[in-house]
Design a protein around this ligand. Structure first.
Ligand SMILES: Cc1ncc(C[n+]2csc(CCOP(=O)(O)OP(=O)(O)O)c2C)c(N)n1
Ligand SMILES: [Mg+2]
Length: 465
């Protein structure tokens, strides 16, 4: 019997592959190389090669409002190449989110799903001022952040559909995109939790003397959370290179900001930390603000950026998004402030590309999304042993997340051994050394028995699937 159990346990251990860590590393390495040269931007750049290229274009951003800080100039320079890159990347992200919406409605995607369309300029403008040494951590509205950090549309779709090629190996889903090597630390479901984790990342950067900052992103709803102020306090005390980024889309689920915040001036909420309010629908304004905040944070410590933005979809898939705001409000933003349309107008105004050429770019982005979707639909699910990786199982102390059968068995073994020890102690005439040896042997046996039981339980679970 014991031999049989051993053989089964050994087989399970052998079946468990090198583990997700190695898989993730390979994928992430690819992501890093693509961070330095993101596929979408590269495609846009090549598309724009025939256009105005590197020639300088003067651009006036909307005004910035500062709190305990000067503000940067609104007169900036861009190039045809950069504008085309922004256009294509934002268009690609928008198509990806629209496709995710359709996939959800067709039940290819299950569970939670929060879409980012409308807010693309924040993600794309930020990346234009950051590099691979900088980290980003965000909330559950994270699909586009993954692409911005150099991930692919395919990895996002595969993750949404729980496929093994997903950026979190198909185990995280919509709220938990992740790419450590690309400097992207998720994807967090608990409102505001990522702000404290962001302070931790910035601590690591400072401690390891990495010349980078952490962008800790949160929504207007999260801006009223206590943990944000704790994180701000410690990061200001320790001059951590963290930028608290409030994406103010003016609603936390169905609650308008004026109903949840006594002071909706989120850029001033850091009190002793300088802050700036920025038009988050303008890519160039976002880039300029992040450049400014990054220079400050590297030298002096935390900074708060509030991006005034808007989400077109409801909070998540269960929210039609039209019960707590009017359709006219959404229409007005789409028509007056949309980030993609704004860049399109500038491109046309400066004759960087023609309408026809922009249509070609749109066609290319749509095709990229369609191809990624088709590939993700056919991608395999994770292998069953993946059920037991990336989870916290540490000896019997952590019964959490084990199957109830395994819990019962390990508990039973513990009781038997404790009972046996207790009897030995009272019935045998032992000296201290003998008793010490007996206890050590029992503990060793207990550990051995636990390993066998846990692995047999794993095997059983796998066989049942
Ligand atoms: C600690 C905690 N409280 C409540 C929730 C439920 N919840 C999920 S999203 C959300 C609203 C957050 O709004 P906001 O921070 O503005 O982000 P947005 O969704 O607008 O991007 C709430 C209350 C949660 N996930 N975690
Ligand atoms: Mg919000």
């Amino acid at each position: 019997m014991a031999m049989h159990l051993w053989r089964r346990a050994w087989n399970v251990l052998r079946q468990t592959p090198g583990g997700p860590v190695s898989g993730a590393v390979t994928r992430a390495q690819a992501a890093v190389s693509s961070t330095q040269n993101p596929p979408s931007v590269t495609a846009a750049a090549s598309a724009s090669r025939s256009f105005a290229g590197d020639a300088k274009i003067a651009y006036e951003t909307p005004a910035f409002k500062g709190h305990k800080t000067d503000v940067p100039t609104t007169k900036v320079e861009t190039s045809g190449k950069e504008l085309m890159g922004f256009f294509r990347t934002m268009f690609l992200m928008r198509r990806m989110e629209i496709a995710a919406d359709a996939m959800y409605k067709q039940k290819f995607v299950r569970g939670f799903c929060h879409l980012y369309d409308g807010q693309e300029a924040v993600c794309v403008g930020m990346e234009a001022a950051l590099n691979e040494k900088d980290c980003i951590i965000t909330s559950y509205r994270d699909h586009c952040t993954h692409v911005g950090r150099g991930g692919t549309v395919y990895e996002v779709f595969a993750e949404l559909m729980g496929r093994k090629d997903g950026c979190s190996l198909g185990k995280g889903g919509s709220m938990h995109m992740y790419n450590k090597k690309g400097g992207f630390f998720g994807g967090n479901g608990i409102v505001g939790a990522q702000t404290a984790l962001g302070a931790g990342l910035a601590f690591a950067q400072k401690y390891l003397k990495v010349e980078g900052v952490t962008m800790a992103m949160y929504g207007d709803g999260a801006a009223n959370q206590g943990q944000l102020f704790e994180a701000m306090n410690i990061s200001a005390l320790w001059d951590l290179p963290v930028i608290y980024v409030c994406e103010n889309n003016h609603y936390g689920m169905g609650t308008a900001e004026w109903r949840s915040a006594k002071s909706p001036c989120y850029y001033k909420r850091g009190d002793y930390i300088p802050g700036m309010q920025v038009d988050g629908m303008d890519c160039m304004a976002v880039k300029q603000a992040v450049k400014f905040a990054k220079a400050y944070a590297l030298k002096k410590g935390p900074f708060v950026l509030e991006f005034d933005t808007y989400r077109y979809h409801g909070h998540s898939m269960s929210d039609p998004g039209s019960t707590y705001r009017t359709r006219d409000e959404i229409k007005a933003i789409r028509e007056g402030r949309d980030c993609i349309e704004k860049i399109r107008r500038i491109i046309l105004k400066h004759k960087v590309a023609t309408e026809k050429e922009l249509k070609e770019i749109e066609k290319g982005a749509k095709k990229e999304v369609e191809d990624a979707l088709a590939k993700a639909k056919n991608a395999p699910l994770p292998d069953p042993p993946e059920l037991f990786t990336n989870i916290f199982v540490k000896s019997c102390g952590a019964l959490v997340r084990l199957s109830p059968i395994a819990c019962k068995r390990t508990l039973y073994i513990k009781i038997v051994i404790h009972d046996w020890l207790y009897r030995c102690f009272w019935s045998m005439d032992m000296n201290a050394l003998e008793y010490f040896i007996l206890v050590s042997l029992s503990l060793a046996f207990l550990y051995f028995a636990e390993v066998v039981v846990l692995n047999c339980s794993r095997m059983e679970l796998i066989a049942r699937r």
